[in-house]
Write a new protein. Structure first.
Ligand SMILES: Nc1nc2c(ncn2[C@@H]2O[C@H](COP(=O)(O)OP(=O)(O)OP(=O)(O)O)[C@@H](O)[C@H]2O)c(=O)[nH]1
Ligand SMILES: [Mg+2]
Ligand SMILES: [Zn+2]
Length: 360
């Protein structure tokens, strides 16, 4: 579809002769036919193969066109007895399932090659979504109890990115927690700024946890917090999300990446979200680090509610269509002036609002 659109644009710019335009159209037609045929073929293969019974499963991760699905299967042993085992199976997807993501519950059927086919997706309790580079909304993970926003002194934490995550979490109705990792890197120079940043969020009632993967005793609080819940680590690249998983779960050996020498930025090591079980109960999802968190998919109303301290003031402005900018009698502005809303949070709000308006 993208290519076809591209051709039309070229055609209108170059003013093609009728003959050329006709040829291009023919080529496009052929291409579309070929693509459709390929899609049909895959469909036929999936349907005609001899599939086994329907099994419920949990999506552990998503790789290109396949997902890894975990289920408890009954397996015959060599001695003729049966045993139950947690097994992960690579599955293709039946058409029209929509997007699947780590944490999704699905129904799949085994094929005869040791793989499977996902045939249904169960309804989600919730999901955390974000737009990709092309503005398409993509789920990051589904069925989560907590979003753990991981920050660090290196790469330096930014209030605006934290606020974007908080708004996304509040909009999705999933409680967020802020996790300051790499506390071994706290120095006299960065201490004050980091503590002030964290205080902004503790003052709002958000829970803040501090860790270092280099200090075993600094992991206890997080470990206890994760018990019997499904949590997802999100945040900038390089803050140590995968290192945290490796430290919490010694059997797991995820790739971790050094920060770039010059700019002390992450190098985007993790490329796909993955779910792990905790021995004490609970699941942990590692996710790829991001450059920026677009919030173009939320409305201005949702944005306002995403700043939890704004909520008591919403609906109290003199004008019903108040934009909270210059209007007299603005309750949000009044809260800003009397200190109920902090200047940094309000600045964050304005920045995000501007970025949403620019894409409208
Ligand atoms: N000093 C220190 N370094 C840490 C700590 N945790 C992780 N690191 C280092 O930080 C770098 C990045 O760690 P990763 O675990 O790959 O970070 P990530 O958040 O998973 O990054 P992406 O997968 O790119 O999103 C690695 O060099 C780790 O060794 C910590 O507590 N203290
Ligand atoms: Mg990682
Ligand atoms: Zn207002």
């Amino acid at each position: 579809m993208y290519q076809i659109k591209g051709q039309h644009q070229i055609m209108s710019k170059r003013k093609l002769t009728k003959q050329q335009a006709w040829r291009i159209e023919k080529i496009q037609e052929e291409r579309t036919k070929r693509i459709n045929k390929r899609a049909e073929k895959t469909e036929v293969v999936l349907q005609s193969s001899d599939l086994g019974p329907e099994i419920e499963g949990l999506v552990l991760s998503h790789f290109g066109t396949q997902v890894e699905v975990e289920s408890t299967l009954t397996i015959a042993t060599e001695t003729g007895t049966e045993t139950q085992k947690l097994v992960a199976t690579r599955c293709n997807l039946r058409a029209n399932l929509g997007q699947l993501v780590t944490g999704d519950k699905v129904v799949w059927r085994p094929d005869q090659q040791g793989s499977g086919v996902v045939v249904a997706k169960m309804e989600r309790d919730n999901d955390l979504c974000r737009p990709d580079m092309h503005g398409r909304l993509k789920p990051v993970a589904a069925n989560i109890n907590h979003i753990i926003i991981v920050i660090a002194a290196e790469p330096l934490a930014h209030a605006n990115l934290i606020d974007r995550y908080l708004v996304a979490a509040e909009t999705a109705g999933i409680p967020p927690v802020i996790l300051l990792n790499k506390i071994d890197l706290i120095t006299d120079e960065n201490k004050e700024a980091l503590h002030a940043l964290l205080a902004t969020y503790t003052d709002l009632g958000y829970r803040v946890i501090q860790t270092s993967t280099l200090l075993p005793e600094a992991m206890d609080q997080l470990y206890a917090f994760l018990k019997e819940k499904t949590s997802v680590f999100v945040g900038q690249s390089g803050v140590g999300k995968s290192s945290l998983v490796n430290t919490l779960l010694p059997g797991v050996d995820l790739s971790v990446g050094e920060l770039s020498q010059k700019r002390k930025k992450g190098t985007h090591t993790t490329t796909t979200a993955k779910l792990f079980h905790m021995p004490i109960g609970g699941d942990l999802i590692d996710s790829p680090g991001i450059r920026e968190f677009g919030l173009w998919h939320i409305s201005l109303e949702e944005l306002l509610h995403g700043f939890i301290e704004f909520r008591p003031h919403i609906g109290h402005c003199r004008f019903r269509d108040c934009a909270h900018e210059q209007e007299p009698g603005c309750a949000i502005r009044a809260a800003l002036e009397n200190g109920a809303i902090s200047a940094t949070r309000f600045a964050s709000y304005l920045r995000i609002k501007q970025s949403i308006i620019e894409r409208l």
